[in-house]
Ligand binder design. Structure first.
Ligand code: C5P
Length: 218
Protein backbone atom coordinates (compact mmCIF):
# COMPACT_ATOMS: atom_id res chain seq x y z
CA UNK A 1 0.00 0.00 0.00
CA UNK A 2 1.02 3.57 -0.64
CA UNK A 3 2.25 5.60 2.30
CA UNK A 4 -0.19 8.28 3.28
CA UNK A 5 -2.73 9.54 5.80
CA UNK A 6 -5.01 6.54 5.21
CA UNK A 7 -2.37 3.86 5.72
CA UNK A 8 -3.82 1.01 7.76
CA UNK A 9 -7.42 2.03 7.00
CA UNK A 10 -9.89 -0.12 5.09
CA UNK A 11 -12.33 1.61 2.76
CA UNK A 12 -15.32 0.04 1.02
CA UNK A 13 -16.51 1.92 -2.07
CA UNK A 14 -19.63 1.05 -4.09
CA UNK A 15 -19.72 2.19 -7.69
CA UNK A 16 -21.69 1.90 -10.91
CA UNK A 17 -25.29 0.92 -11.56
CA UNK A 18 -26.97 -2.31 -10.61
CA UNK A 19 -28.74 -4.52 -13.15
CA UNK A 20 -32.00 -6.02 -11.98
CA UNK A 21 -33.25 -8.91 -14.11
CA UNK A 22 -36.72 -8.74 -15.66
CA UNK A 23 -36.27 -12.18 -17.23
CA UNK A 24 -33.15 -14.08 -18.36
CA UNK A 25 -32.46 -11.67 -21.23
CA UNK A 26 -33.68 -8.28 -19.97
CA UNK A 27 -32.88 -6.01 -17.05
CA UNK A 28 -33.64 -2.68 -15.36
CA UNK A 29 -30.66 -0.35 -15.09
CA UNK A 30 -29.66 3.32 -14.97
CA UNK A 31 -27.13 5.69 -16.52
CA UNK A 32 -24.40 5.49 -13.87
CA UNK A 33 -20.96 5.05 -15.49
CA UNK A 34 -18.97 4.21 -12.36
CA UNK A 35 -16.47 6.97 -13.17
CA UNK A 36 -16.93 8.84 -9.88
CA UNK A 37 -16.92 5.80 -7.61
CA UNK A 38 -13.93 4.25 -9.35
CA UNK A 39 -12.01 7.53 -9.13
CA UNK A 40 -12.73 7.70 -5.40
CA UNK A 41 -11.49 4.15 -4.90
CA UNK A 42 -8.26 5.03 -6.74
CA UNK A 43 -7.80 8.26 -4.77
CA UNK A 44 -8.27 6.51 -1.41
CA UNK A 45 -5.74 3.84 -2.42
CA UNK A 46 -3.29 6.57 -3.41
CA UNK A 47 -3.51 7.92 0.16
CA UNK A 48 -2.60 4.51 1.58
CA UNK A 49 -5.99 2.93 2.25
CA UNK A 50 -6.73 -0.72 1.54
CA UNK A 51 -9.73 -0.42 -0.75
CA UNK A 52 -12.51 -2.88 -1.57
CA UNK A 53 -14.41 -1.59 -4.60
CA UNK A 54 -17.81 -3.26 -5.01
CA UNK A 55 -18.82 -2.46 -8.55
CA UNK A 56 -21.92 -3.01 -10.63
CA UNK A 57 -21.55 -3.58 -14.38
CA UNK A 58 -19.38 -0.76 -15.79
CA UNK A 59 -17.08 -0.15 -18.74
CA UNK A 60 -14.42 1.79 -16.84
CA UNK A 61 -11.16 -0.04 -16.06
CA UNK A 62 -10.37 -1.44 -12.60
CA UNK A 63 -8.31 1.08 -10.62
CA UNK A 64 -4.78 -0.12 -9.87
CA UNK A 65 -4.06 -1.36 -6.36
CA UNK A 66 -7.72 -1.86 -5.45
CA UNK A 67 -9.54 -5.12 -4.68
CA UNK A 68 -12.51 -5.17 -7.08
CA UNK A 69 -15.60 -7.28 -6.37
CA UNK A 70 -17.98 -7.38 -9.34
CA UNK A 71 -21.71 -7.75 -8.86
CA UNK A 72 -24.86 -7.33 -10.92
CA UNK A 73 -27.80 -6.79 -8.59
CA UNK A 74 -28.45 -4.66 -5.51
CA UNK A 75 -28.77 -7.76 -3.36
CA UNK A 76 -25.40 -9.03 -4.56
CA UNK A 77 -23.91 -5.58 -3.86
CA UNK A 78 -25.32 -5.61 -0.33
CA UNK A 79 -23.91 -9.10 0.32
CA UNK A 80 -20.49 -8.09 -1.03
CA UNK A 81 -20.42 -4.97 1.15
CA UNK A 82 -21.41 -6.97 4.24
CA UNK A 83 -18.73 -9.56 3.44
CA UNK A 84 -16.09 -6.82 3.14
CA UNK A 85 -16.75 -5.45 6.64
CA UNK A 86 -15.22 -4.35 8.95
CA UNK A 87 -14.08 -1.08 7.44
CA UNK A 88 -13.10 2.37 8.66
CA UNK A 89 -14.66 4.15 5.69
CA UNK A 90 -17.64 3.42 3.44
CA UNK A 91 -18.33 5.51 0.35
CA UNK A 92 -21.61 4.55 -1.32
CA UNK A 93 -21.30 6.05 -4.78
CA UNK A 94 -23.23 3.35 -6.62
CA UNK A 95 -26.53 4.15 -8.27
CA UNK A 96 -28.34 1.20 -6.77
CA UNK A 97 -31.69 0.38 -8.34
CA UNK A 98 -34.39 1.20 -5.81
CA UNK A 99 -36.61 -1.59 -7.12
CA UNK A 100 -36.26 -5.00 -8.65
CA UNK A 101 -38.78 -7.20 -10.43
CA UNK A 102 -40.45 -9.37 -7.83
CA UNK A 103 -40.39 -12.57 -9.85
CA UNK A 104 -37.98 -12.71 -12.77
CA UNK A 105 -38.89 -16.06 -14.35
CA UNK A 106 -38.74 -17.33 -17.92
CA UNK A 107 -38.41 -14.98 -20.90
CA UNK A 108 -41.57 -12.90 -21.19
CA UNK A 109 -43.31 -13.59 -24.51
CA UNK A 110 -45.91 -11.63 -26.43
CA UNK A 111 -49.09 -13.59 -25.87
CA UNK A 112 -50.99 -12.20 -28.86
CA UNK A 113 -53.60 -10.46 -26.72
CA UNK A 114 -52.16 -7.00 -27.37
CA UNK A 115 -52.01 -6.52 -23.58
CA UNK A 116 -48.55 -5.50 -22.36
CA UNK A 117 -47.30 -7.51 -19.38
CA UNK A 118 -47.29 -5.85 -15.97
CA UNK A 119 -44.02 -5.82 -14.02
CA UNK A 120 -44.51 -6.10 -10.29
CA UNK A 121 -41.66 -4.35 -8.49
CA UNK A 122 -40.37 -4.79 -4.97
CA UNK A 123 -37.95 -2.67 -2.97
CA UNK A 124 -34.23 -3.42 -2.93
CA UNK A 125 -32.14 -3.28 0.25
CA UNK A 126 -30.78 0.20 0.97
CA UNK A 127 -27.06 -0.48 1.33
CA UNK A 128 -26.19 3.02 2.54
CA UNK A 129 -28.92 3.04 5.20
CA UNK A 130 -27.91 -0.44 6.39
CA UNK A 131 -24.22 0.39 6.72
CA UNK A 132 -25.07 3.71 8.42
CA UNK A 133 -27.17 2.04 11.11
CA UNK A 134 -25.56 2.03 14.56
CA UNK A 135 -23.76 -1.18 15.47
CA UNK A 136 -20.38 -2.70 16.20
CA UNK A 137 -19.53 -2.99 12.48
CA UNK A 138 -20.46 0.57 11.54
CA UNK A 139 -17.54 2.29 9.76
CA UNK A 140 -16.33 5.47 11.47
CA UNK A 141 -17.03 7.53 8.37
CA UNK A 142 -19.94 6.72 6.06
CA UNK A 143 -20.42 8.85 2.97
CA UNK A 144 -23.49 8.80 0.75
CA UNK A 145 -24.30 10.37 -2.58
CA UNK A 146 -27.46 12.07 -3.72
CA UNK A 147 -28.28 12.65 -7.35
CA UNK A 148 -31.08 15.16 -7.50
CA UNK A 149 -32.78 17.10 -10.24
CA UNK A 150 -34.25 19.91 -8.11
CA UNK A 151 -34.05 21.58 -4.67
CA UNK A 152 -30.54 20.16 -4.25
CA UNK A 153 -29.59 21.50 -0.80
CA UNK A 154 -32.96 20.76 0.74
CA UNK A 155 -33.23 17.22 -0.62
CA UNK A 156 -29.60 16.53 0.26
CA UNK A 157 -30.03 17.53 3.90
CA UNK A 158 -33.15 15.38 4.17
CA UNK A 159 -31.36 12.46 2.58
CA UNK A 160 -28.37 12.73 4.93
CA UNK A 161 -30.71 12.61 7.92
CA UNK A 162 -32.85 9.81 6.53
CA UNK A 163 -29.94 7.56 5.60
CA UNK A 164 -27.96 8.23 8.76
CA UNK A 165 -24.67 8.75 6.93
CA UNK A 166 -22.00 11.17 8.18
CA UNK A 167 -21.27 13.06 4.98
CA UNK A 168 -23.32 13.42 1.85
CA UNK A 169 -22.11 14.40 -1.61
CA UNK A 170 -24.97 15.93 -3.56
CA UNK A 171 -24.99 16.68 -7.24
CA UNK A 172 -27.52 18.07 -9.63
CA UNK A 173 -28.03 15.55 -12.42
CA UNK A 174 -30.80 17.55 -14.03
CA UNK A 175 -28.35 19.44 -16.24
CA UNK A 176 -26.47 18.02 -19.17
CA UNK A 177 -23.97 15.21 -19.06
CA UNK A 178 -23.23 14.88 -15.33
CA UNK A 179 -24.26 11.24 -15.24
CA UNK A 180 -21.76 9.52 -17.50
CA UNK A 181 -19.83 12.77 -18.04
CA UNK A 182 -16.30 13.56 -16.88
CA UNK A 183 -17.11 16.52 -14.63
CA UNK A 184 -19.05 16.97 -11.46
CA UNK A 185 -20.26 19.92 -9.37
CA UNK A 186 -21.27 19.07 -5.83
CA UNK A 187 -22.37 20.17 -2.41
CA UNK A 188 -20.59 18.44 0.49
CA UNK A 189 -22.70 18.14 3.62
CA UNK A 190 -20.76 17.27 6.77
CA UNK A 191 -21.31 17.58 10.50
CA UNK A 192 -20.00 21.13 10.29
CA UNK A 193 -22.11 22.46 7.44
CA UNK A 194 -22.51 22.60 3.68
CA UNK A 195 -19.79 23.48 1.16
CA UNK A 196 -20.33 24.16 -2.53
CA UNK A 197 -17.35 22.90 -4.53
CA UNK A 198 -16.44 24.35 -7.90
CA UNK A 199 -17.10 22.26 -10.96
CA UNK A 200 -14.14 19.96 -11.56
CA UNK A 201 -13.40 16.70 -13.27
CA UNK A 202 -14.31 13.52 -11.45
CA UNK A 203 -10.68 12.59 -10.79
CA UNK A 204 -9.95 15.95 -9.15
CA UNK A 205 -13.13 15.72 -7.12
CA UNK A 206 -12.20 12.22 -5.97
CA UNK A 207 -8.75 13.44 -4.89
CA UNK A 208 -10.21 16.39 -3.00
CA UNK A 209 -12.73 14.14 -1.24
CA UNK A 210 -10.02 11.59 -0.39
CA UNK A 211 -7.86 14.39 1.04
CA UNK A 212 -10.77 15.46 3.24
CA UNK A 213 -11.20 11.88 4.40
CA UNK A 214 -7.48 11.82 5.19
CA UNK A 215 -7.87 14.96 7.34
CA UNK A 216 -10.82 13.36 9.14
CA UNK A 217 -8.60 10.45 10.20
CA UNK A 218 -5.53 12.61 10.97
O1 C5P B 1 -32.17 7.02 -2.02
P1 C5P B 1 -31.20 7.41 -3.06
O2 C5P B 1 -30.98 6.32 -4.09
O3 C5P B 1 -31.42 8.72 -3.72
O4 C5P B 1 -29.83 7.59 -2.24
C1 C5P B 1 -28.60 7.67 -2.85
C2 C5P B 1 -27.52 7.14 -1.94
O5 C5P B 1 -27.93 5.93 -1.32
C3 C5P B 1 -26.24 6.80 -2.66
O6 C5P B 1 -25.17 6.96 -1.78
C4 C5P B 1 -26.46 5.35 -3.02
O7 C5P B 1 -25.23 4.67 -3.23
C5 C5P B 1 -27.16 4.84 -1.79
N1 C5P B 1 -28.11 3.74 -2.01
C6 C5P B 1 -27.79 2.45 -1.56
N2 C5P B 1 -28.69 1.43 -1.73
C7 C5P B 1 -29.88 1.66 -2.32
C8 C5P B 1 -30.22 2.95 -2.79
C9 C5P B 1 -29.29 3.95 -2.63
O8 C5P B 1 -26.69 2.26 -1.03
N3 C5P B 1 -30.74 0.65 -2.47
Amino acid sequence: FADGPLKGRHAIVTSGPTHEPIDPVRYLANRSSGKQGHAIAAALAALGARVTLVSGPVNVPDPAGVNVVRVDTAREMRDAVQAALPADIAVCAAAVADWRVEEAGQKIKKDGSGQPPALRLTENPDILAEISAPGPQRPKLVIGFAAETEKLAEHAAAKRARKGCDWLVANDVGGTGIMGGDENEILLLTESGTEAWDKMDKTALAQKLAARIGEFFA
